[in-house]
Design a protein around this ligand. Sequence first.
Ligand SMILES: Nc1ncnc2c1ncn2[C@@H]1O[C@H](COP(=O)(O)OP(=O)(O)OP(=O)(O)O)[C@@H](O)[C@H]1O
Ligand SMILES: [Mg+2]
Length: 278
Amino acid sequence: MSRRMNATLEIQGLSRRFGNTAALDAVSLSIPAGQMVGIIGRSGAGKSTLLRMINRMAESDAGRIVWGRQEVTSLRGQALRDWRTGCAMIFQQFNLVQRLDVLTNVMIGRLNRRRGLAARVNALLGRFPDEDRALALAALERFDLLPTALQRAETLSGGQQQRVAICRALLQGPHTILADEPIASLDPRNARTVMEALRAVNRRDGITVVVNLHHLDAAREFCGRIVGMQAGRVVFDGAPEQLTEAAAERIYGPPATRHAATAAEADRAILAARWAAA
Ligand SMILES: Nc1ncnc2c1ncn2[C@@H]1O[C@H](COP(=O)(O)OP(=O)(O)OP(=O)(O)O)[C@@H](O)[C@H]1O
Ligand SMILES: [Mg+2]
């Protein structure tokens, strides 16, 4: 690994308002390379905004993000595109091209690394270099997906699709993976295989993983560090065993008020309960 790969991600006083809402309120975090960090909090706490800012899909009003010698918050042009390639995103809804086969979906991860029109046109025509194909097949094999390589993405289960998305992310050659609620749409068994895949990528490849999780049980089990957010602020930052009931109260509110605010939150609460039972 290069020295740059080992840089700590420094988030300093990051803020963002939407009207009267402070989506992020002076968030400061230092994330050393190689950590697996779970960001937890209720709906609206600012988890997605934070991840999107790290990836520069959202802009801040104040504060900055620094990685090694790079000021991420002011990158432009090719340097910004390179940053986004280095911070691969995983989304709740997998974001695969449903009608394309699994192998092509994974090779698309390679596209970000190739410059020039010719590579993109070839990709549109389904022509990828042998090297990309070999990398994609190796990634699929690693996550038990090789038999699905020639199937359309839409024929796979949610858990399989999310693991395909992880393979695609890996082909970007990232130093960091940012996963925004990657298991929120999955049943507990599939959720577990996806969290195990993220853990493998973190431990074996040394890739920093920052994962937004609605509920803390999965975070406790898989993340060495948990950051709790409430109303745009970091209200907890520590190891899972430090997350006491009092700390959980700061994040989620007192147990009596931990009702589901939205249907989506209710769904996720049910999934979280099943996770605990599985
Ligand atoms: N583009 C936007 N326009 C207006 N308000 C926004 C926008 N993006 C986020 N917000 C607001 O900022 C706050 C934080 O939103 P964010 O999506 O980061 O929360 P979250 O913790 O990811 O929630 P969830 O668990 O529901 O995904 C919320 O109040 C949200 O409504
Ligand atoms: Mg979110």
